[in-house]
Write a protein that binds this ligand. Sequence first.
Ligand SMILES: Nc1ncnc2c1ncn2[C@@H]1O[C@H](COP(=O)(O)OP(=O)(O)OP(=O)(O)O)[C@@H](O)[C@H]1O
Ligand SMILES: [Mg+2]
Length: 323
Amino acid sequence: MNTIEVRELRRIYKTTIGVVRRKTKEIVAVDGITFDVNRGELFGLVGPNGAGKTTMIKMLTTLLIPTSGTAKILGYDVVDQANAIRSRIGFIFGGERGLYWRLSGIDNLRYFASLYHVDPEVTMKRIPQLLELVGLSDRGEEKVEGYSRGMKQRLHIARTLLHNPEILFLDEPTMGLDPVGGREIRQVIRNLQSEKKTILLTTHYMFEADALCERVAVIDQGRIVALDTPEALKQEVRDLSVIEIEVFGVPEEILNRIRNLPYVDTVSVEDLDQKQALHVHSVKGSEAVPSILASLASVRVGKVTVREPTLEDAYVRLVGGKV
Ligand SMILES: Nc1ncnc2c1ncn2[C@@H]1O[C@H](COP(=O)(O)OP(=O)(O)OP(=O)(O)O)[C@@H](O)[C@H]1O
Ligand SMILES: [Mg+2]
């Protein structure tokens, strides 16, 4: 039995548009997704905004009913056996609220433990262990209002572990955190992995998926476009090198000219402060640089670097340049 089993799962949202002549519009958020997650695995879902990641997690955590298809968690059906699932899973959604700021970290955990009917004796033992796990041992007595965003997010993770769930669903757990905060959350996730929890994680950060996940499903417009280990996904682009060029305002026609050059596979543009970074995927590596620079003759160009492809490059190719 797989810990998570998803078969042809679909979810359609119906919304109304127009004020006078109201029409219903259907949005297919998840469009026939099938995958399994093994026991103890750390599985990643990545994809551009609106790909359907949160909708997927909401269906698996029994918060949203699928339009069709099936999903089983530890063998229990998400629709017919939702109660059996709820006591065995934990979840957090990025940027979540719902901690009591006037209470200390420890009092927040005590409160939620009684809400979840965790035995008070078990709670007494578990709270220090959880604070240790999320790196808040020396800050538990302080009021949450004085916590940084990263500390609040780590307290959220401790809260969702109070009933000792076997499976965790983490929707963009590092969203909105600074690099140090993000690194601390990733350390907590690694600690959870060594405690043999099964984890389904969504993220926008490819380096995060690469650093943490055993397998990654790339989803785009509600469908899986690739599912493999980060290494295997990177193999898909191993024939490419990536040329990064700093430019200051580049017209679309010049981008198209570069796209049409022989040896050029994909071109994506990342907006940086007052400049852009062109990421050109090419099978010819540094040999392609002169012809690309010739195309950019009328544009102010900064630093040029050639590097090995990363998981992000594989992802950009799979989702056709959307980041
Ligand atoms: N309550 C809703 N009503 C109507 N449409 C919705 C609703 N929730 C989500 N959608 C639509 O469903 C699609 C998938 O949204 P979802 O939030 O699952 O994507 P996501 O991959 O989590 O995106 P993000 O990376 O921005 O968090 C989008 O087109 C979104 O606009
Ligand atoms: Mg989302």
